[in-house]
Design a protein around this ligand. Structure first.
Ligand code: FPP
Ligand code: MG
Length: 329
């Protein structure tokens, strides 16, 4: 099993510079804001986006040491803080009490403060970016926030109308997840002055990886808590149709589709309905087919990397693709 530690190895120095950069720059005035910010920073996750920035910078860096430049730390911070703020807001929207096994910001300090903390993180991020004068990176990275918001609104609209299609699902996934991963990978290349074609190659790579990442997230939501350490079936409880269920809906005739949608409606408040739907999705191959689709996106991402010569950075990026697919949290 590939571990994130082994994937990080070739860029450990760059990741340390990024962490020190965040520690120095990401400060807040006022006791409460400071306390909330510390909690948010401490509860950051796996750091896939900064890792992607650092590996892409190293892969595309023409000179030794370019990948450890302040531009790389800045790019890594910009993408990670957009991600962090979006999850704080997402937990408010989903009324979620936990994030990565800890109480969510909204559970600890109430929703209105969580909204403000997310706003503060975005504002501070933008201020640091603009003060740096690295406008190419700031506009490239911060432009992705539009897609995140569009994806979230589209998702909410489809959940209330229950009219999800494969096309709409992929559009949502592209906007809410793949865009920021694409921007992370391409920003790494941009930070070290790579040619425009390389920046766009890395964007395509990150986007394919991002679609795979979200499909795996949606599969993991159907996986028992015992295996993931995270409460399962949250999407069903929220009435969200993601790929595993969508596969069943797409195969169903009108009558069966109506039955499935009625069962999904009951999932919002009835745990038995949730269990029944979860079992149906497993038994009818929804998870298996979703896995096959995810593998397709991973293969696409790995193929894109074949444009590059073999190096420890390319190997780590290939391993990151496998890790995304095999991860259980
Ligand atoms: C997690 O999805 C949520 C996202 C990937 C995007 C959230 C975006 C917003 C709330 C829009 C606001 C945007 C900005 C830039 C602040 P999920 O609910 O499927 O995953 P989860 O299980 O981790 O909650
Ligand atoms: Mg959520």
């Amino acid at each position: 099993m590939i571990t994130l530690d082994s994937i990080r190895k070739p860029v450990l120095r760059e990741l340390e510079s990024y962490e020190a950069f965040v520690e120095r720059q990401f400060t807040a005035e006022g006791d409460l804001l400071n306390e909330m910010l510390r909690e948010a920073l401490a509860s950051r996750g796996k750091g896939v986006r900064p890792l992607l920035v650092a590996l892409s910078a190293a892969l595309n860096g023409r000179t030794e040491g370019a990948a450890g430049s302040p531009r790389v730390s800045l790019a890594a911070m910009l993408v990670e803080m957009i991600h962090l703020a979006s999850l704080i807001h997402d937990d408010v929207i989903d009324e979620s009490d936990t994030r990565r096994g800890r109480p969510s910001i909204n559970a600890r300090w109430q929703s209105h403060k969580a909204v403000l903390l997310g706003d503060f993180i975005l504002a501070r991020n933008m201020a640091i970016g603009l003060q740096s004068g690295q406008f190419d990176l700031v506009s490239h990275i911060c432009g992705s926030m539009v897609a995140l918001c569009e994806g979230e609104v589209l998702q909410s609209d489809c959940a209330s109308k229950q009219n999800m299609t494969l096309r709409a699902y992929l559009d949502i996934v592209y906007k809410k997840t793949a865009t920021l991963l694409g921007v992370s990978a391409s920003a790494g290349a941009m930070a070290v002055g790579a040619a425009r074609e390389k920046v766009s190659t890395m964007r395509r790579f990150g986007e394919s990886l991002g679609v795979a990442f979200q499909i795996q997230d949606d599969i993991l939501d159907y996986t028992p808590e015992a295996q993931t350490g995270k409460p399962s079936n949250n999407d069903l409880r929220e009435g969200k149709i993601t790929l595993p269920l969508l596969i069943l809906l797409d195969r169903a005739d009108a009558e069966r589709r109506a039955e499935l949608l009625a069962l999904l409606q009951r999932c919002r408040e009835d745990d038995e309905a949730v269990q029944q739907m979860q079992q149906l999705v497993v038994a009818e191959g929804g998870l298996q087919e979703a896995q096959t689709m995810m593998q397709g996106y991973v293969n696409k991402a790995v193929n894109i990397l074949s444009e590059y010569e073999d190096s420890p950075y390319r190997t780590s990026l290939v391993h990151l693709c496998s890790y995304i697919m095999e991860r259980n949290k």
